[in-house]
Design a protein around this ligand. Structure first.
Ligand code: HEC
Ligand code: HEC
Ligand code: HEC
Ligand code: HEC
Ligand code: HEC
Ligand code: HEC
Ligand code: HEC
Length: 407
């Protein structure tokens, strides 16, 4: 599993002859395919813009979600990193090697400096990947290709770090962004016109938008605009009506961790069996929660999922809404469980609802993102979807309860 976690983030270094082989798109080419998305205006299409006339409530809350904001053009609003003097340096363990992050006018730059060789290299931050719930990675354009910048930013800790998978002390601007990365973090990223020249087109759509889960909505919009009296939704996919396996596949395209492709990226459409597109993980790969973790694999290991044929991701998640708090999720458990007869009810007391998730879906420490701070030990934590009984975790939650009683 660890092998896969690092692979998903470790991008190939650019070897000219290999670019063509690495940049392979689905038939019709990513978002350029006739089945996906209207011709986008670069960087400014608000997710769900063409849906808002009739689904205003959904669109207005969806634009605030992490999905809608997971990629963006670099602007003072989208770039969360700190650029003020004193907060804009990443020192490394290699003496004389450091990175400096700067704002020049409306643009943002990362510069790698090696004083030993008197060399330095600066590149502009062009695109932002990551809504910034936890962190962001930055990309730059070069000759129609996208490359990862060597320094990423952790939002909660307000720290610059080596981008995941990068070696501390190395100045590496050469990691190519492959389409699979963009398949999970954008709506579409078609290749440039001439298919023989492997380049990204500028006609991309950033953020994850409605059509990623509902398919192309153009015919639906046309039909309902022309037939305003028809109250039955037509010519649109609704994952709510899929079988459980296809529902889960809608999310698994991006939430089942690193998997080898069977078909080119951007060719999957909601409602199709995902295993035809990505090689299924073997049962021997025990998933662990992490930044590019496998929520599906973890959930499948739980009794809740195995004993409830109807349970899917949307049993607990409403992807049209920004993330709610933990007590809201605990209410979802009560759809199937009662806490009256809970074996630990007496000890747990008032913590029953507020700690429900912490006891049964514990947070686990990230192994994919290392944070090397000389003075502080920091870590990131990810929620396990292997819902179950964790006696040590529960005991720790109860201990923290006795030490710090609720006011
Ligand atoms: C001109 C009006 C109109 C526009 C624009 C529109 N829809 Fe709809 N949509 C409807 C109506 C009417 C229904 C049926 C009533 C309902 O479920 O709200 C519907 C239903 C749906 C459903 C549920 C279908 C089902 O099987 O239950 C989905 C999903 C949907 N729309 C998605 C979208 C998306 C995505 C867009 C933008 C690409 C969009 N709609 C744009 C009118 C519209
Ligand atoms: C096209 C890829 C893609 C698909 C499809 C997708 N997700 Fe996500 N999801 C992401 C990415 C990328 C993030 C991280 C966003 C960020 O913070 O930058 C994310 C974040 C999340 C989060 C955490 C943020 C939050 O809002 O709470 C949840 C929960 C989630 N997804 C659930 C789902 C569910 C449920 C489905 C299926 C109905 C789904 N996702 C389908 C890519 C996807
Ligand atoms: C298989 C789909 C997939 C691929 C490929 C992928 N990601 Fe992600 N990424 C996700 C999902 C899903 C999340 C949210 C995970 C969570 O919160 O548990 C995420 C989270 C992130 C975050 C943190 C967002 C935040 O604010 O918490 C960053 C940064 C990120 N990815 C960058 C990248 C980059 C750069 C690449 C390509 C080099 C990449 N990812 C490849 C699906 C993917
Ligand atoms: C990450 C996947 C995802 C994205 C993105 C997404 N939806 Fe949905 N949508 C779903 C799922 C899953 C359901 C079915 C929920 C259920 O099981 O009840 C759904 C259901 C719907 C419905 C049916 C009515 C309802 O509320 O259940 C409408 C309408 C709809 N979506 C519109 C939109 C619009 C408009 C957008 C973009 C602004 C959008 N969706 C973005 C996954 C998504
Ligand atoms: C769709 C229904 C459903 C939902 C929602 C649900 N569960 Fe379950 N859960 C079940 C079923 C069914 C079982 C198996 C019961 C049995 O075997 O007796 C189960 C078993 C469990 C167990 C026992 C696990 C074990 O390994 O023995 C725990 C703990 C649990 N659930 C906690 C939760 C929590 C916490 C939530 C909310 C985050 C939740 N469940 C949401 C249906 C559900
Ligand atoms: C039984 C309820 C339940 C089900 C079913 C469920 N989740 Fe979650 N999920 C949660 C809870 C609770 C959290 C934690 C929210 C928090 O920490 O604020 C969460 C968090 C997440 C996150 C963010 C994880 C992190 O640590 O950043 C992602 C991504 C996610 N879920 C995806 C999925 C996907 C994909 C599925 C379907 C395979 C799914 N979830 C099914 C309850 C559920
Ligand atoms: C302080 C931690 C803690 C909290 C809070 C908590 N549980 Fe539990 N839960 C446990 C432990 C520990 C067990 C196993 C107890 C045993 O077998 O004696 C358990 C057992 C269960 C079981 C198995 C039931 C059985 O009869 O074997 C279910 C289902 C469950 N919890 C659901 C929930 C739900 C749902 C919530 C919140 C709404 C919740 N729990 C809150 C720690 C907790």
């Amino acid at each position: 599993m660890e092998r896969q976690l690092s692979e998903i983030m470790t991008l190939p270094r650019l070897l000219p002859g290999l670019v063509g082989a690495m940049l392979v798109w689905g038939a019709g080419g990513g978002g350029g395919s006739p089945r996906l998305s209207r011709p986008p205006a670069r960087g400014v299409t608000p997710p769900g813009g063409s849906c808002r006339a009739c689904h205003q409530e959904i669109v207005d809350s969806f634009v605030k979600t992490a999905h809608a904001r997971t990629s963006a053009e670099a602007t003072a609003r989208s770039v969360k990193g700190r650029f003020a003097a004193g907060q804009n340096m990443l020192r490394t363990r290699a003496p004389g090697v450091y990175f400096k992050m700067e704002r020049r006018g409306a643009a943002f730059y990362e510069t790698g400096v090696d004083t030993n060789h008197g060399s330095s290299r600066a590149e502009r931050i062009d695109l932002v990947i990551g809504s910034g719930r936890r962190g962001q990675t930055y990309l730059y354009w070069r000759n129609g290709l996208l490359f990862e910048l060597p320094v990423s930013y952790l939002t909660g800790m307000r720290e610059w770090i080596n981008s995941p998978g990068y070696r501390d002390g190395e100045i590496d601007f050469g990691r190519l962004i492959v389409p699979r990365c963009l398949e999970c973090h954008t709506t579409s990223f078609p290749p440039a016109g001439d298919a023989r020249v492997r380049r990204y087109s500028r006609a991309y759509v950033l953020g994850i938008s409605c059509e990623k889960c509902h398919g192309d909505g153009r015919r639906h919009v046309e039909y309902h605009s022309a037939h305003p009296a028809d109250s039955v939704g037509r010519y649109i996919l609704n994952p709510g009506t899929f079988s459980r396996d296809r529902k889960v596949d809608t999310c698994a395209l991006c939430h089942s961790g690193a998997r080898d492709p069977k078909r080119p990226p951007f060719s999957y459409r909601p409602g199709e069996p995902l295993d035809d597109y990505l090689v299924p993980l073997s049962d021997r790969d025990v998933p662990t929660p992490d930044v590019h973790g496998n929520q599906i694999g973890l959930l499948r290991r739980s009794k809740c999922f195995r004993s409830s044929p109807g349970m899917a991701c949307s049993t607990c998640h409403d992807v049209h809404q920004p993330k709610p708090d933990l007590a809201w999720f605990a209410q979802k458990c009560l759809g199937c469980h009662q806490v009256n007869g809970h074996p630990g009810a007496e000890q747990i007391g008032a913590r029953m609802m507020t700690s429900c998730i912490d006891c049964h879906m514990p947070n686990r420490r990230s192994r994919a993102i290392e944070i090397n701070m000389p003075t502080r030990r920091l870590a990131l934590y990810y929620r396990s979807h292997a819902i179950g009984i964790y006696p040590e975790v529960a005991a720790a939650v109860l201990r923290s309860h006795t030490e710090q009683p609720d006011p």
